[in-house]
Design a protein around this ligand. Structure first.
Ligand SMILES: NC(=O)C1=CN([C@@H]2O[C@H](COP(=O)(O)OP(=O)(O)OC[C@H]3O[C@@H](n4cnc5c(N)ncnc54)[C@H](OP(=O)(O)O)[C@@H]3O)[C@@H](O)[C@H]2O)C=CC1
Ligand SMILES: CC(=O)[C@@H](O)[C@H](O)COP(=O)(O)O
Ligand SMILES: [Mn+2]
Length: 388
């Protein structure tokens, strides 16, 4: 059982829920990090009394030091790595958003930490490299170094307990379908930020909520599942399940399918990651199956939500493709949330840049970061070029 954790991204949706679960389980939080939400960081630090605090912008250093003279205060990327590798933590919860989660995950693993990984962009961009690092690090200890927090991957992880890998035929990822399920491309031209952020079943940070609306979130989850469970993308299906009660399924060679069900509450996969291989009872809310009544399934609409199709193609091509997919999407979502481009533009820009991309080999973390930067620049040039 985990006794002490650091939370990277403690002020976000997963971060805040992790604090709730940790308090209920009696787990000590020894480190916290935020990008810029200094007020919430101070509030969390007063409540939890951790040893180390990190904030992205160093202008807040003095304010934090004045409030917490006895604590270790760190800033920027180096500070984040200090939290990710903090000696007193048994486990690091990575609740950062975007590629900012990649290097801290790698540093934590290299420092011998177990990582509860919510940040899916880590495996989308760095899956190949991280797999290599883990295969060197994972000794005879059967306790996995990386534990999934993403609800679908937690569900699959739970379905696989006690199973032999060779008996797994297929992974079936469930998707809510997002706020625009059933809509066609022409209906999406006029949607605004508010419409996009109205997720039908989950309350999450803005970036992942937009990703759910384009369905690229499910595309990222295919790539995440390939690395978590050592499967090819052809063995990973996506099915629309609007109720978000079945969080994913595993089909075995004998045709049997296992599923994990619960109300859509991220605190359950967080709790499982913190208590594995045990189970906690900090957030238990038993399903009332009779009240739920209907669990329904549909084919995804690959024509309207074409980023899901593109994500499959990127997953298959591998190497630089998933990195470019992620980078352009991150930038496009940022531009959308700033009101600079429309919702369908996100999908079109990602498609356009992927279409003209030429595969590059990925051998190192530096390769990833370079490919990421180039793709972001390409996106900016494209948008600015079209404006002028
Ligand atoms: N929310 C959910 O229910 C789920 C989330 N996930 C995944 O978990 C991850 C976190 O998601 P979510 O909690 O929704 O995201 P949020 O945007 O709510 O939170 C992100 C956290 O990371 C911090 N942060 C943002 N950018 C940086 C940066 N460049 N450097 C350092 N810290 C940064 C934020 O600080 P600040 O508050 O200052 O901005 C915040 O603490 C994502 O990868 C997402 O895909 C997966 C499944 C479900
Ligand atoms: C809660 C969680 O894990 C999210 O990734 C969720 O899956 C998003 O919902 P969609 O199924 O709509 O992408
Ligand atoms: Mn998910």
């Amino acid at each position: 059982m985990t006794r002490s954790i650091c939370i990277l991204g403690s002020t976000g949706s997963i971060g805040v829920q992790t604090i709730d679960v940790a308090k209920r389980l009696g787990i000590k939080v020894v480190g916290l990090s935020t990008h810029k939400n200094v007020d919430l960081l101070i509030e969390q630090a007063r409540d939890l009394d951790p040893d180390i605090l990190c904030i992205g912008d160093e202008k807040y250093y003095t304010l934090l030091k004045e409030n917490f003279p006895d604590k270790i205060i760190v800033t920027g990327q180096e500070g984040l790595i200090s939290v990710a590798t903090y000696p007193a933590a048994d486990l690091i919860v990575n609740a950062l958003v975007g590629i900012s989660g990649l290097v801290p995950t790698i540093e934590a693993i290299l420092a011998g930490k177990r990582v509860a990984l919510a940040n899916k962009e880590t495996l989308v961009t760095g899956g190949k490299i991280i797999k290599k690092i883990i295969s060197r690090k994972q000794g005879k200890d059967s306790h996995p170094i990386l534990i999934p927090v993403d609800s679908e991957h937690s569900a699959i992880f739970q379905c696989l307990v006690g199973e032999d890998k060779k008996n797994v035929k297929k992974i079936i990822l469930t998707a809510s379908g997002g706020p625009f399920r059933g809509k066609k491309l022409k209906d999406l031209q006029s949607v605004n930020i508010e419409d996009v952020l109205k997720h039908p079943t989950w309350t999450m940070g803005k970036k992942i909520t937009v990703d759910s609306a384009t369905l690229i979130n499910k595309g990222f989850e295919i790539i995440e599942a390939m690395f978590f469970f050592d499967k090819k993308c052809d063995d990973i299906d996506v099915v629309i399940h609007p109720q978000s009660i079945i969080h994913s399924m595993v089909e075995f060679v004998d045709g049997s399918i296992k599923a994990q069900l619960s109300y859509p509450d991220m605190r359950l996969p967080i709790e499982y990651a913190l208590t594995f291989p045990e189970r906690g009872k900090a957030v238990a809310a038993p399903l009332d199956l009779v009240k739920i009544k209907n669990l329904t399934f549909e084919e995804p609409d690959f024509d309207t939500f074409f980023l899901l199709k593109i994500a499959y193609e990127c997953a298959k091509k591998g190497e630089s493709y998933p990195i470019v997919l992620n980078a352009v999407n991150e930038e496009a979502v940022k531009y959308f949330l700033e009101g600079k481009i429309g919702f369908v533009d996100i999908m079109n820009y990602v498609a356009k840049i992927i279409e003209s991309h030429e595969r590059q080999k990925v051998e190192s973390i530096n390769d990833i970061l370079e490919i990421d930067m180039e793709a972001r620049q390409k996106f900016k040039n494209l948008v600015e070029g079209e404006k002028s």
